[in-house]
Write a protein of this length. Structure first.
Length: 391
């Protein structure tokens, strides 16, 4: 007779479902011939000169811990980059922290500022880690619906309507995962105005800043009188095809960076030195490779958006990141049914929109960081699938 052992996992953790993305990708590994428009990562290897810099550093014996904040040389390069790109001043000694990807940056930022019960306002749909990060930090996520009719932009009035005396922060990420939406400077300025009026911190995840097509990226911290209360999160995973190196950064005022560093020093200690050396090289001379990759993503973006519209999956035009978010409402299926059936019948992997929030239902996320040939084959298989299942 088996004895029932009481659950030992925390109640807080039990509030969080497992990632809706990973669930699918565990399934795919056992299948052959699958085209994946699933996981959001570049199909390029890290540019050679960046890999080479890291290899050379290993040859020289750079295999130790770095300062908790990250290598000073990297923080200096980053400070220069933020100055050159956005005309923002961050002191490399006290206002920049190198993190283990933006993932760690999100975890640290939420844990550093939240007390139990504090509310964090964020758009729905949004990147699947935002909601869990807030819950794990003891906070309460407050979702603001966004929709296709408004290009999945977050409206300042909708944010303000949800501010209570428990609201501590707004968490946004533009260009957006999963929709590819980019917000204009004016609309972001309206959100900054709400944040200022209610003295809220803004966590701005700008991991896709370098991947915009025909529009300008606005760095949130450049908006009037908002830098002091903004935690800018950035990283190397997407722009430099460096997902495996696990390097990101946080830029914020001294007090916030000190608080984030306090957690980081006990939990991570530091980001890997190899990754940091690679990031220095990326900042020093990665610009041309980034521009080349962005151009290629743009070519694929045009093909996939047109293709999805042609096969009857209407798709608003994403202006950033490397995702499209077509509507599947015409098929009458839920996004999970659609993704599962598409995988089983046509061997194309996409992510159900529901994995990104309630407002993602009725949509799927297709990542176009894969070759044009694969995109075209995926479109042809999806076209067949949609014709078969159209209501
Ligand atoms: C919006 C967003 N933020 C953060 C991350 C995590 O990135 P990193 O590899 O820097 O941890 C991702 C990865 O997909 C993302 O899409």
């Amino acid at each position: 007779m088996s004895i029932k052992v009481p659950s030992v996992t925390s109640r807080r953790l039990n509030q969080i479902p497992p990632s809706g993305i990973r669930k699918f990708f565990d399934l795919i590994v056992s299948m052959e011939g699958v085209i994946s428009l699933g996981v959001g990562e570049p199909d390029f290897a890290t540019p050679w000169h960046i890999r080479e810099a890291a290899i050379y550093s290993l040859e020289k014996g750079y295999t130790m811990y770095t300062s908790n904040l990250g290598m000073l040389e990297l923080r200096r390069e980053l400070s220069r980059y933020l100055k050159d790109t956005y005309n923002l001043d961050y002191n490399p000694e006290s206002e920049l922290l190198i993190t283990v990807g933006v993932s760690e940056g999100l975890d640290l930022a939420t844990r550093a500022i939240l007390d139990p019960g504090d509310e964090v306002i964020m758009p729905d749909p949004c990147y699947s880690a935002y909601n869990p990060c807030v819950i794990l930090a003891g906070g309460t996520p407050i979702m603001v619906p966004t929709n296709e009719e408004n290009n999945f932009e977050l409206a300042a009035a909708d944010v303000e309507a949800r501010v209570t005396n428990k609201t501590k922060a707004i968490l946004i990420g533009y260009p957006a995962n999963p929709t590819g939406a980019v917000m204009s400077r004016d609309k972001l300025a309206q959100i900054a105005e709400v944040a200022r009026r209610h003295r809220l911190v803004v966590i701005s995840d700008e991991i896709y800043a370098r991947l915009v097509y025909g529009v300008e990226h606005t760095c949130f911290a450049t908006l009037p009188q908002i830098k002091e209360s903004t935690i800018l999160l950035g990283g190397f995973s997407k722009a430099y095809a460096m997902t495996g190196w696990r390097i990101g950064y946080a830029a914020a005022n001294k007090e916030i960076i000190a608080a984030m560093t306090k957690i980081h020093q006990y939990t991570m200690l530091c980001a890997s030195i190899m990754g940091q050396v690679a990031a220095i090289e990326a900042l020093k001379s990665g610009e041309a490779s980034t521009a080349e990759m962005a151009e290629e993503y743009n070519r694929r973006r045009l093909v996939i958006v047109q293709g999805l519209n042609d096969i009857g999956l209407p798709c608003f035009e994403p202006r950033g990141a490397f995702y499209t978010f077509p509507s599947i409402k015409g098929t009458g299926m839920t996004s999970e049914e659609f993704a599962e059936k598409l995988l089983m019948e046509e061997k194309v992997a996409v992510v159900p929109g529901i994995a990104f929030g309630q407002c993602g239902e009725g949509y799927i996320r297709c990542c176009y960081a894969t070759s044009l040939a694969e995109i075209e084959e995926a479109l042809s298989r999806m076209g067949r699938f949609v014709s078969k299942h159209k209501k």
